[in-house]
Design a protein around this ligand. Structure first.
Ligand code: NAD
Ligand code: UGA
Length: 349
């Protein structure tokens, strides 16, 4: 029987491939070369900020499907930063010590737009990054998702739960794609000794999300700021647990630096219905906001809440930012980009 990290007793993983001698050189010991795929996106750009501030040398590859160069504008002229327009479906050869593999559209609207491309990104993109990790001896972290649990029959979701996923539905390109990506990670680990880390991320929000990204938090905040009705998809009682982006990035870095392969849930266990989310946005972003109900999309999971016991025990991580404190930070960023004046309401101050 496999343990919680997926290792099978009696068949230990091979030792990892040798990293470049530069990794142990005195000159570069504390300065890692880090590749971030999808680094021009929402989560990736915040991760790049943290890695650059820690003094590492960072290479971003991105095809700009949902990300933008402007998310990285603060680093574009920095000597330790490099941005490459590249699609991870094609192989990539670079010398790096760590790979944060994020490249993949995350909003359901975008990942359903071209489902064949989404699954190619998840499968071929992850194969290419694992091939690179094997070749150069890099440690690789995959940003997997709570969508691997599908419409969960176990609540809250622990990493041991195998999920309830429709293999042929409109979300399958993403959730089955990520499940195959996790499989590839463990097969490269067991067969080739690649050092892997897997984070299962739960719905994350914050500044720099695409304003018309289509995810629920960005939709509600943008709608409230624009004076439009928030679109609560029916029934409105479905739940999500929302994590602020700085908490997520902290969890990803701890996972990469730690000794556990994962998969480890990274998310905020505070659970909200979509109606409660709309009410919170009204309270802390715009007291005049209102909502309307609209039809939902197929296979929408009814509930999501992470069990974060593993993250607490193995990474010493738990989220710090409450939804009522994170939303105004996001609203400020959205208001600036929309050129709308915004004063956080009293409840948020
Ligand atoms: N934000 C969340 O709530 C959440 C939850 C679970 C998992 N994740 C995962 O975290 C990662 C980042 O999510 P995000 O919210 O920042 O999304 P995002 O859409 O803002 O960022 C994804 C980035 O990947 C790039 N990209 C997409 N396909 C690519 C390809 N084929 N080649 C190169 N670049 C490509 C996009 O241009 C974009 O910059 C994704 O892997 C996503 O599945 C995010
Ligand atoms: O947590 C995760 O693992 C996943 O979180 C989100 O997926 P999801 O939560 O389904 O995406 P949203 O579009 O934010 O939808 C959340 C809920 O809000 C509802 N919703 C969405 C948009 C809207 O305008 N109104 C609305 O009520 C949806 O019906 C759904 O129940 C991400 O976008 C996925 O990439 C990620 O993998």
């Amino acid at each position: 029987m496999a343990d919680s990290n997926g290792s099978v007793p009696g068949s230990p993983a091979k030792p990892p491939p040798s990293p470049s001698p530069l990794r142990t050189s005195k000159l570069v010991k504390n300065k890692l070369r880090v590749l971030v795929t999808g680094g021009a996106g929402f989560v990736g750009s915040h991760l790049v900020d943290r890695l650059m501030k820690a003094g590492h040398s960072v290479i971003v590859v991105d095809n700009y499907f949902t990300g933008t160069k402007s998310n990285l504008k603060q680093w574009l002229n920095h000597p330790d930063f490099e941005l490459i327009r590249h699609d991870v479906v094609d192989p990539l050869l670079v010398e790096v010590d760590q790979i944060y593999h994020l490249a993949c559209p995350a909003s359901p609207i975008f990942y359903k737009h071209n489902p064949v491309k989404t699954i190619k990104t998840n499968v071929m993109g992850t194969l290419n990054m694992l091939g690179l990790a094997k070749r150069v001896g890099a440690r690789i972290l995959l940003t997997s998702t709570s969508e691997v649990y599908g419409d969960p029959l176990v609540h809250p979701q622990t990493e041991e739960y195998w999920g309830n996923v429709n293999p042929i539905g409109v979300r399958s390109c993403y959730d089955e794609g990520k499940r195959v990506a996790e499989t590839l990670m463990f097969d490269y680990h067991r067969q080739h000794g690649v050092e892997i880390r897997i984070a299962r991320i739960f719905n994350t929000y914050g500044p720099r999300m695409n304003i018309d990204d289509g995810r629920v938090v960005s939709n509600f905040v943008a709608q409230a700021l624009r004076g439009e009705e928030m679109t609560v998809q029916l029934p409105g009682t479905q739940t999500r647990s929302f994590c602020y982006v700085s908490d997520l990035v902290d969890g990803l870095i701890r996972l990469m630096e730690g000794e556990n392969t994962g998969p480890i849930n990274i998310g905020n266990p505070n659970e909200f219905t979509m109606l409660e989310l709309a009410e919170t946005v009204k309270q802390v972003v715009s007291p005049s906001a209102s909502f309307k109900t609209v039809p939902n999309t197929p296979d929408d999971p009814k509930q999501r809440k992470p069990d974060i016991t593993k993250a607490k025990n193995l990474l010493g991580w738990e989220p710090k930012v409450l939804l009522k404190d994170g939303l105004p930070l996001m609203a400020k960023d959205f208001a600036e980009r929309l050129d709308i004046s915004y004063e956080p309401s009293t409840a948020a101050k």
